[in-house]
Design a binder for this molecule. Structure first.
Ligand code: NAD
Length: 520
């Protein structure tokens, strides 16, 4: 029975081989799958082969957002009053469904986003891990008690849900990032409207479908697809939405933050990065090169934590570059659905244009050395996709644009440094502060760097990527606004503290005033 249901669902959704039958997907509002009131659709195509139409997705309007917010509002009281352990039980069911359908979601993700199968599987796994981890909080959601300063008085602090939350997400981790926001929001008792990126609605649709199947009540989760400038902007402006949790570019995040500030809504931002790996003269060079290759070219360099700067001690600069370039040249670029492929396409034609413009800037404006790569691949198997060669620039100086600006593609810059202190200064010398790493065998150097690097995440002898869901995730400076996702710290985004005092003395006791007398 379950198998037949699965087969039917698969048939309705189509297989990745179907190039002509585009499936049509709907918004999810108040527990109903519904088209946009615009009646318009946008086609989502496979970035590795644009002849492959992944599906048609609604181009939603302000009215669709308003309907979703109204549904979330209606569902809020009964969801917040559902005991957290009961909310969590439903979430554990979501985790089981995600586990059951992991392979299918993985293939869908590779098809709509381009990342290679192994990495798409990792993205789905992250959503699973996050779901179980957040569900575990259903039996904790710890507040605290603390002594009151008066006799016969009790003091405690409890978490309350924020209310209605708007979740705006990017395309590069199309199931993991929505789950990072959705799961803690749910366990804390909030209701949500989700707005996935234009290029990757299917993975978020899959996540919401799993929630529906698990029995999360209607209206608790609403999904509205469409353009950021309409759906995202309306959500950010909506007077009933108490919190916006946004992940995306710094430019868009600042716009969202301004809209939230106008109406005193809470805004949590996770934005761009320009992450550095520092390689010291005592490093295990082979290990450092592997970390650099994985960090710079995994997900075709389209990670907020991508290792887009490699700051290498002059004593090992030549050796490191030789090995790095050899590894980069050997990477197999192609359709991520082929298990032999190591680097998939980039997301869309705008990304190709942006990345190629930076490759041009690197050579012709900055004057760096193009050590390998640099070409937009357009022939043969590449003819119908968005492929760019893994690209390494050497002789890069810290002030060059390619060393300062987020390129978000398979391009990395190797910058020489003469000491650890100089490497740290270079690493800190950008507007972003997400992740950094050091390769060294010297514990003193490692701790010195850990202490002086101004980022939210730091690795020793590992690449700048590879976050785990039980540790806080986020960045300093231009990357964020002080919040952290994941870990238990995310609960501070999706809940508010309420301080509760219980006076059982049976008389008026005045804090600060009567207490002072008692001591005196
Ligand atoms: P983006 O800023 O273009 O879009 C992000 C989301 O915002 C999308 O859903 C988009 O539709 C929406 N949006 C666009 N305009 C909007 C508006 N005016 N109001 C409200 N929403 C709007 O980013 P992207 O290209 O999807 O993602 C890439 C960026 O995301 C990179 O800069 C990357 O570093 C960053 N990112 C950061 C993290 C992190 O945790 N720090 C994680 C992943 C990606």
């Amino acid at each position: 029975m379950a198998q037949a249901k699965k087969a039917l669902a698969k048939k309705q959704r189509g297989s990745s081989g179907a190039r002509t039958l585009a499936n049509t997907y709907l918004n999810y509002i108040g527990g109903r799958w519904t088209p946009s009131e615009s009646g318009e659709w946008s086609e989502n195509r496979n970035p590795a082969d644009t002849r492959d139409v992944v599906g048609r997705f609604p181009v939603s309007t302000n009215e669709d957002v308003d309907a979703a917010v109204a549904a979330a509002r209606e569902a809020f009281d009964s969801w917040r009053l559902t005991p957290a352990p009961k909310r969590a039980e439903l979430m554990f069911r979501v985790g089981e469904i995600l586990m059951r359908d992991k392979q299918e979601y993985t293939r869908d993700m590779t098809r709509e986003m381009g990342k290679v199968l192994k990495e798409a599987g990792g993205d789905v796994q992250e959503a699973i891990d996050c779901t179980y981890y957040a569900a575990g909080e259903g039996r904790r959601l710890h507040g605290f008690t603390t002594p009151a300063e008066m006799p016969n008085k009790f003091a405690m602090c409890v978490r309350q849900p924020m209310g209605l939350c708007g979740l705006i997400t990017p395309w590069n981790f199309p199931m993991a990032i929505p789950s990072w926001k959705l799961m803690p929001a749910l366990v804390c008792g909030n209701t949500v409207v989700m707005k996935p990126a234009e290029d990757t609605p299917l993975s978020t649709y899959n996540l919401v479908k799993a929630c529906e199947e698990a029995g999360i009540p209607p209206g608790v989760i609403n999904l509205v697809m469409g353009h950021g400038s309409v759906v995202g902007a309306r959500l950010s402006d909506h007077p009933a939405v108490r919190l916006i949790s946004f992940t995306g570019s710094t430019e868009t995040g600042q716009r969202v933050a301004s809209a939230c500030a106008e109406r005193n809504a809470i805004c949590s931002l996770e934005m761009g990065g320009k992450n550095a790996i520092m390689v010291m003269e005592d490093a295990d060079i082979e290990n450092a090169v592997e970390g650099a290759v994985w960090g710079a070219f995994g997900t075709s360099g389209q990670r907020c934590t991508a290792s887009s700067r490699l700051i290498v001690h002059k004593k090992v600069y030549k050796k490191f570059n030789q090995q790095l370039v050899a590894r980069a040249k050997a990477l197999r670029v192609g359709n991520g659905a082929d298990e032999k492929i190591e680097v998939g396409p980039v997301i869309n034609p705008d990304a190709v244009e942006k990345i190629m413009s930076y490759i041009d800037i690197g050579q012709n404006e900055d004057g760096a050395t193009l050590a390998c790569g640099g070409r937009h691949l357009t022939k043969g198997d590449y003819a119908n996709g968005y492929f760019i060669e893994p690209t390494v620039f050497t002789d890069v100086t810290p002030d060059m644009r390619i060393a300062q600006e987020e390129i978000f593609g398979p391009v990395t810059s190797v910058i020489p440094a003469k000491s650890l202190d100089e490497a740290i200064e270079i690493a800190n010398g950008v507007q972003y502060g997400l992740s950094a790493a050091i390769y060294t065998q010297n514990v003193n150097r490692a701790f010195h760097a850990m202490n002086d690097i101004y980022t939210g995440i730091f690795y020793v002898n590992a690449s700048t990527i590879g976050a785990e869901v039980h540790l806080p995730f986020g960045g300093t400076k231009g990357t964020g606004n002080g919040h952290r996702e994941a870990g238990t710290q995310v609960l501070d985004i999706f809940s508010e503290w309420k301080s509760v005092y219980v006076d059982y003395s049976g008389k008026l006791q005045r804090a600060q005033i009567d207490n002072a007398k008692a001591i005196g």
